[in-house]
Design a protein around this ligand. Structure first.
Ligand SMILES: Nc1ncnc2c1ncn2[C@@H]1O[C@H](COP(=O)(O)OP(=O)(O)OP(=O)(O)O)[C@@H](O)[C@H]1O
Length: 611
C-alpha cells in the first residue's frame, strides 16, 4: 500500500532509484558505520517494534469500543477506557524511549564521523590540506556530516518505525476487512513512479547544494578573516554582494529541494483521499448488507488515517537519503585519500650530529603547476651550525626550498639529507622534531599567551616557557598584558602587534630547541624597537644552529655565513656579502635595487654581532 523504499533500494526504478555507485557507498556506510552499532540498534529496534505493535493495536481497541457501543454493552466501558488510556500511555513512553535511543545512535555516529574526518585531515599531506580552502573543509566536517546525520535519523525513525507502523496497521486493516484493504493497497503503488522521478531530481539538487554550501562556508571564512583588508579598502559592499550571491544560490537550491519534496506530500494526500472515499463508499454498502459492522469500519478508517502520516514520511525519506548519500560520498572522498608523505617501512629516527643539510640536484614541481618546476637542479650544503641566507626575486623558489626540508612536500628528483641521512629514510616525527620554523605570518591559536608558546613543546613546564619568552625578548611585553602569560590572545592573535607576534613565534621556536631553524624573515617593517629586539633575539638563537633563512634584510645577509641567490628555482650565485658585491653579479644588482630592506637600528646591532 505504500511506495515503501525498503524494497526499491534494490531496483533503480524504485523511489530511491540508487545508482550503482550510490549503492556501493550505502553498503560501505552500513558496513562501517551502522552494523558495528548493532547493540544500540537492537535496543532502538525493540523499542521501535513495541511502538509499532501498540500502534497496530489501536484500531482494534477502537473497533472493540464501537462494537460494544453498538451492542450497548455499557458494563465493558471502564475496561475499554482503561485500555485506551493504557495504550496511549504505553505509546507515549515508548515514543520517548525510542526517540532518545535512536538519536543517541545518530548523534554518536555524526560525532565519530567528525572526529575521524578531522583526525584524518590532521594526518593528511600538507598538499591535501592546502588544496581545499579551510572553509570547504569546515563545511565537509559540519554541513556534510549534518546531512548524513539527517539521513540516518530519517532512516531510523521513518524507515524502521514508520514502516513497521505501516505493516502493523496494514495487518490490522486486513484482519478487519480484507476486501477494503485490497482497494487501498491498489491505490498507493500508483505513487511510486512520480516519487521516483522526484527523487532523481532531489539527488541532483542535494549534490549541488552541498557543493555550494562548501563554497559559501569558504567565502564566509575568507571574508570574515579578511577584516583588515575589507575595512581599509572599503570592501564591505563588495564582500556583502559576493556573499549575497552565494546565499541566494543556496536559497534557490534549497527551495528547489523543498519544492520537489513538497510535491510528494500532496500526491500522497490526494491518493489518501481517494482511498478513503473508496472505503466509505464500499463500507456504506457492506454495513447496509450486514457483511461488516460499524466497529469494523471505524477501526479500518482509524488504521487508514493513522497510516497516512508514516506513509507520507516514507515518501519524503528518499530525499533525505539522497542528501545523506551525497554527503557520505564527500566524506569518503576526504578519508579515503591516503597521505603520500609517510614513514618508509623500517624508517629509523634521524640521528643528529651537527645537522648539516645537503640538497643534491633537487627538482620539485607543485601539484597542478602543469609540470613547471618551482625548484630545478638545486644543490646546496648548509653546514652544521651555520647560517645560509636565501635571497632572490619573488617567486624565485625560496619558500619552496624551506618547505622541502620538513617534507611538507617530497622532492621529485634528487635528495635532501641531514647528516648524511636521506630525509625520506628517517621517521617523519624525528625529522620534524629536529626542525623549528618561524614563518612570516605567525600562526597563533585562540588560547593564552603561555599556551601559544607551549605549542613549541607541548606540556613544557612554566619556567621553560618563561625562559623561552625571555630569550625571545617577549617576557616584558607579556607581563604588561592584563593576565600576563594567562592572557587570552583572541582568535588569531588579533590583539597583538606584529612585533609581539613575531617574538611569540620565536619564543615557541626557542622552547622547541631544535637543531635546525627554518626562518622566513618578516618583510613588513616593524617599529625600530621591536625590530631591534627581534633581531637581537634571533642572533642569539641562531648561534650554533643550522639556519636556513629567507632574507629580506641587508643585515641578515651580511651576517650569514653564505648567501645563496636564487632565480627561477635555481641557484644563480653563492658567496659571502663581500664576495658577491665584488663579483658585481645578480646579488650586487639586488642590493643596488634596494630589494633588501635596511633598518638602521637592526644594521648597527647586527653588524656588531657579525662573525
Ligand atoms: N602551493 C603552490 N602551488 C603551486 N605553485 C606554487 C605553490 N607555492 C608556490 N608556487 C609557485 O612556485 C614558485 C616558487 O614559489 P616560492 O613561494 O617558493 O617563491 P619565493 O621565492 O618564496 O617567493 P616570495 O619571496 O614571493 O615568497 C612560484 O612560481 C610560485 O608561483
Amino acid at each position: 500500500m505504500t511506495p515503501a523504499p525498503a524494497a526499491p533500494l534494490k531496483t533503480p526504478a524504485g523511489p530511491l532509484a540508487l545508482s550503482e555507485r550510490q549503492r556501493g557507498v550505502l553498503k560501505r556506510f552500513m558496513r562501517e558505520w551502522i552494523y558495528p552499532r548493532w547493540r544500540e540498534l537492537i535496543v532502538a529496534m525493540v523499542l521501535t517494534w513495541l511502538l509499532a505493535a501498540i500502534t497496530g493495536a489501536y484500531p482494534m481497541i477502537i473497533k472493540a469500543s464501537f462494537d460494544m457501543l453498538m451492542k450497548d454493552q455499557s458494563g465493558m466501558l471502564p475496561y475499554v477506557l482503561t485500555a485506551i488510556v493504557g495504550a496511549t500511555l504505553m505509546r507515549s513512553l515508548l515514543l520517548y524511549a525510542q526517540t532518545v535511543e535512536t538519536n543517541r545512535i545518530v548523534m554518536r555516529l555524526s560525532t565519530d564521523m567528525q572526529r575521524i574526518g578531522f583526525a584524518h585531515l590532521m594526518t593528511s599531506d600538507f598538499a591535501r590540506m592546502s588544496r581545499d580552502t579551510p572553509g570547504r573543509l569546515v563545511s565537509k566536517l559540519t554541513n556534510d556530516i549534518g546531512f548524513v546525520q539527517g539521513a540516518v535519523q530519517a532512516a531510523l525513525n521513518t524507515a524502521i518505525r514508520d514502516a513497521l507502523s505501516i505493516v502493523a496497521l496494514v495487518a490490522s486493516m486486513i484482519y478487519l476487512d480484507p476486501v477494503m484493504s485490497l482497494i487501498v493497497l491498489c491505490v498507493y503503488p500508483i505513487a511510486a513512479l512520480p516519487v521516483a522521478t522526484l527523487s532523481k531530481k532531489l539527488r541532483k539538487v542535494a549534490k549541488q547544494t552541498q557543493d555550494e554550501l562548501g563554497g559559501m562556508t569558504s567565502l564566509l571564512t575568507e571574508k570574515l578573516s579578511g577584516a583588515r583588508l575589507i575595512k581599509t579598502f572599503r570592501l564591505e559592499d563588495y564582500a556583502s554582494e559576493r556573499l549575497n550571491k552565494s546565499f541566494e544560490y543556496v536559497y534557490k537550491l534549497r527551495m528547489k529541494a523543498v519544492i520537489n519534496r513538497a510535491r510528494i506530500d500532496p500526491l500522497l494526500e490526494a491518493l489518501g483521499g481517494i482511498a478513503i472515499a473508496g472505503v466509505i463508499a464500499l463500507a456504506y454498502w457492506r454495513i447496509a448488507s450486514g457483511i461488516s459492522t460499524v466497529g469494523d469500519f471505524m477501526g479500518f478508517v482509524t488504521a487508514l488515517l493513522m497510516a497516512s502520516q508514516p506513509i507520507r514520511a516514507l515518501g519524503n525519506l528518499s530525499g533525505k537519503i539522497n542528501e545523506g548519500l551525497a554527503a557520505t560520498e564527500s566524506f569518503y572522498e576526504l578519508v579515503d585519500e591516503k597521505p603520500l608523505i609517510v614513514d618508509k617501512p623500517g624508517a629509523k629516527p634521524l640521528a643528529i650530529a651537527d645537522a648539516t643539510i645537503r640538497f643534491e640536484h633537487v627538482d620539485f614541481a607543485y601539484e597542478g603547476s602543469g609540470g613547471v618546476h618551482a625548484i630545478t637542479n638545486f644543490t646546496l650544503t648548509v653546514p652544521g651550525g651555520r647560517t645560509v641566507a636565501l635571497v632572490g626575486r619573488s617567486g624565485a623558489g625560496k619558500s619552496t626550498v624551506l618547505n622541502l626540508v620538513p617534507r611538507l612536500f617530497d622532492v621529485e628528483r634528487g635528495s635532501i639529507s641531514i647528516d648524511g641521512q636521506d630525509i625520506r629514510d628517517v621517521t617523519l616525527a624525528s625529522l620534524r622534531d629536529a626542525i623549528s620554523i618561524v614563518a612570516q605570518d605567525v600562526t597563533l591559536f585562540d588560547d593564552t599567551i603561555g599556551a601559544n608558546i607551549a605549542l613549541g613543546r607541548l606540556g613544557a613546564p612554566q619556567p621553560d616557557i618563561v625562559a623561552a619568552a625571555r630569550a625571545a625578548a617577549a617576557h616584558d611585553f607579556i607581563l604588561g598584558q592584563p593576565n600576563g602569560y594567562d592572557t587570552e590572545i583572541g582568535d588569531r592573535g588579533l590583539r597583538l602587534s606584529g612585533g609581539q607576534r613575531q617574538r611569540l613565534a620565536l619564543a615557541r621556536a626557542i622552547l622547541k630547541d631544535a637543531p635546525i631553524l627554518l626562518l622566513d624573515e618578516a618583510t613588513s617593517a616593524l617599529d625600530t624597537e621591536s625590530e631591534r629586539l627581534v633581531q637581537e633575539a634571533l642572533a642569539r638563537f641562531t648561534k650554533g644552529r643550522t639556519t636556513l633563512v629567507i632574507a629580506h634584510r641587508l643585515s641578515t645577509v651580511q651576517n650569514a655565513d653564505l648567501i645563496v641567490v636564487m632565480d627561477d628555482g635555481a641557484i644563480v650565485e653563492t658567496g659571502t656579502h663581500l664576495q658577491l658585491l665584488a663579483a658585481d653579479g645578480p646579488y650586487a644588482r639586488l642590493v643596488r635595487s634596494q630589494a633588501l630592506a635596511t633598518s638602521p637600528v637592526a644594521e648597527t646591532t647586527s653588524s656588531s654581532l657579525a662573525p
